[in-house]
Design a protein around this ligand. Structure first.
Ligand code: BTN
Length: 238
């Protein structure tokens, strides 16, 4: 299949441009990417620093799933990015619920999934060639982790294909298949001591699996279970 890739040297955010393209009816699998973003968007309304050296793109997907399955689509995106990175760089990665790709306790890639006019905008920011990050930011890059350079175009195509494979798994094998794959790939799903920043404040406890919708179950120290639907999860000591 021929894939349309629109590449910018510099853009405000590929999420904004992808929304336009989706609204204009672009095909599933269409990609818009940039070397630099001046207004990169992160999860939970944060900004995403998008200096030269990283791989920043948004893929428009039109999965045959219900809107309520977006949390599981999000997990499928993380699985796709993790698989492609592992396959093409040999680096072992972890997935931090819902979909941060981690090298140890440092973030290697972030993913932002949004519904827009019947399409899913899958925004992916992968740290590839950055030589360092500001103090206090627990981030790393492929260059820092592997000591070698990686071709962004090869990674882009590998990630796009792996993401589509995982979306197909969701469409054909259902939500449970993705939940199982995610549980196998992520050290965060079960038995991990974490702190979670949620709308109402911070909660601490041990993770206890995923709900059928793909949300994280947190067992707090008083024995109660809380369902985390959105929020930032950090290891206990961090
Ligand atoms: C996160 O907070 O972890 C998600 C970060 C998502 C960043 C990517 S970079 C490409 C795309 N364009 C954006 O503005 N954000 C996403």
């Amino acid at each position: 299949m021929m894939r349309t890739i629109e590449w910018h040297e510099r853009i405000d955010s590929t999420m904004r441009r992808a929304a336009e393209m989706a609204g204009a009816g672009c095909a599933s699998g269409t990609i818009v990417g940039a070397d630099v973003q001046t207004a990169g968007q992160g999860r939970l309304g944060r900004t995403w620093e998008s200096e030269r050296g990283g791989l920043y793109f948004t893929m428009v997907l039109r999965p045959r799933v219900e809107m309520r399955d977006l949390p599981v689509v999000t997990l499928a995106l993380g699985l796709g990015v993790a698989d492609a990175v592992q396959m093409f760089t040999g680096l072992a990665v972890d997935l931090r619920w819902p979909n941060d790709v981690m090298a140890g306790e440092k973030k290697l890639a972030g993913i932002l999934a949004q519904w827009h006019e019947g399409a899913v905008l899958a925004g992916i920011g992968l740290n590839v060639g950055q030589a360092g990050f500001p103090a206090g930011i627990a981030a790393t890059s492929l260059a820092l982790e592997t000591g070698s350079e990686h071709n962004k175009d090869v990674l882009l195509r590998a990630i796009a294909a792996a993401v589509e494979t995982h979306v197909k798994v969701l469409e054909t094998s259902g939500v449970e298949a993705i939940l199982r794959l995610f549980g196998n790939a992520s050290s965060y799903v079960s038995g991990k001591r974490v702190r979670v920043e949620m709308a109402g404040g911070e909660a601490a406890g041990t993770t206890a699996g995923l709900t059928p919708e793909g949300f994280l179950i947190l067992r707090t120290d008083d024995g109660r279970e809380t369902i985390v639907t959105a929020g930032g999860v950090r290891p206990w000591g961090a």
